[in-house]
Design a protein around this ligand. Structure first.
Ligand code: HEC
Ligand SMILES: [Cu+2]
Length: 340
């Protein structure tokens, strides 16, 4: 179980509410347990605004309780006549205008400075560029310099700025990896930038954070961070995928895929021409940890997905292949699991 709340007890109640909202307790999915410099700077802003809010709530509550107690009705009040009237007091009006303005400035300056610094273009020499596209309901990732494309799982090196250039294919989505940073909206016809960095290797869960349709809540992805040398190895394995199967059943599956799937899915190096790219890249699919962001990648789940993707992710754009025989589905599964 991860440590979710900081030891310092300030504003525990509010932080508990935050931790529920950020999925605390979920593996690597808490904005309160940041795993990189961007997440840390965002957490500082959360602390700052929570601190200011707590200060205001405490001050107002104390004044309120004091006034109710101090000016309660007491015997003999009537003889004293009407109390002193202070409506329109210049001193008070100025005071309660200036204090909130000052608090807003204290909140605004670091917030705006941080927001802009997250959008600063990093030096291309020591950053990695990845193009991100949001689709209903999956994520496309392209490494333009390395000429690698993948989907739903994005691999990055640790200790390096990752320059994410984002757009959307259909409707607005939002890229959010709670423990690394975000969110950043992805809009059709527009590009936006988010720079992230992971300090340690590991799997960081991501989510779409903008309601985008029936399966919005299932639009999950993973950021997989590696030590730089392991990352280089991953890149070169992606550049030379093993896509021509040697075993019989898998070869049969390759033919089924060629006949049924290449209108939407690409498999690099598979020996056929890709016709369309409206679905996730399937190159090296056997190495993925999940299917469509929601199922563990194993044979049974893959078969269930092919038979009825709509059951698993309502409204997604993949047709069912329940008309194929069990044998043919097995062959396809063999092939996909062999892609490494
Ligand atoms: C009409 C286009 C289309 C066809 C044809 C199609 N798919 Fe898909 N497929 C999709 C889309 C779109 C998704 C993404 C669904 C989502 O997650 O929203 C998908 C997702 C998948 C995934 C999960 C990918 C991932 O990144 O986790 C697999 C595996 C898959 N398809 C296999 C196949 C196979 C095998 C065939 C052929 C038998 C096939 N698909 C035919 C559109 C298609
Ligand atoms: Cu979305």
């Amino acid at each position: 179980m991860k440590r979710c709340l900081p030891a310092s007890g300030a504003a525990m109640g509010i932080l508990t509410a935050f931790s529920l909202l950020t999925g605390c307790g979920n593996h690597n999915m808490s904005a309160l347990d940041p795993q990189g410099p961007v997440g840390k700077s965002e957490l500082n802003l959360i602390y700052l605004s929570t601190g200011i809010m707590t200060f205001v709530v405490v001050v107002v509550t104390v004044i309120y309780i004091y006034v109710v107690w101090r000016y309660r009705e007491r015997p003999g009040d009537e003889e004293k006549g009407i109390p002193e009237q202070v409506a329109g007091s210049k001193k008070l009006e100025v005071l309660w205008t200036v204090i909130p303005i000052m608090l807003l400035i204290v909140l605004a300056v670091p917030t705006i400075a941080t927001t802009f610094s997250l959008k600063e273009k990093p030096d291309p020499a020591d950053s990695l560029r990845i193009n991100v596209t949001g689709y209903q309901y999956w994520w496309g990732f392209e490494y333009p310099e390395q000429k690698v494309t993948t989907a739903n799982e994005v691999h990055i090196p640790t200790g390096k700025k990752v320059d994410l250039i984002m757009t959307a294919h259909d409707v607005i989505h939002a890229f959010w990896v709670p423990s690394l940073g975000g969110k950043q909206d992805l809009s059709p016809g527009k590009t936006d930038r988010l720079v992230l960095q992971a300090d340690k290797p590991g799997i960081y869960e991501g989510k779409c954070a903008e309601l985008c349709g029936a399966s919005h809540s299932l639009m999950n992805f993973r950021v997989i961070a590696h030590e730089p040398k392991d990352f280089d190895q991953w890149i070169s394995s992606q550049q030379n995928p093993k896509s021509r199967p040697t075993v019989g059943r898998a070869e049969e599956g390759r033919r089924w895929v060629e006949q049924n799937c290449i209108g939407c899915h690409a498999v690099r190096g598979a020996g056929y021409r890709v016709l369309g790219r409206t679905g996730p890249e399937l190159t090296a699919f056997g190495e993925r940890t999940r299917i469509a962001g929601v199922l563990d990648n194993n044979r049974d789940n893959l078969k269930a997905w092919l038979k009825n993707p709509q059951d698993i992710k309502p409204g997604n754009r993949m047709p069912a292949f329940d008309h194929l025989s069990e044998k043919d589905l097995d062959a396809i599964v063999n092939y996909l699991q062999e892609l490494k």
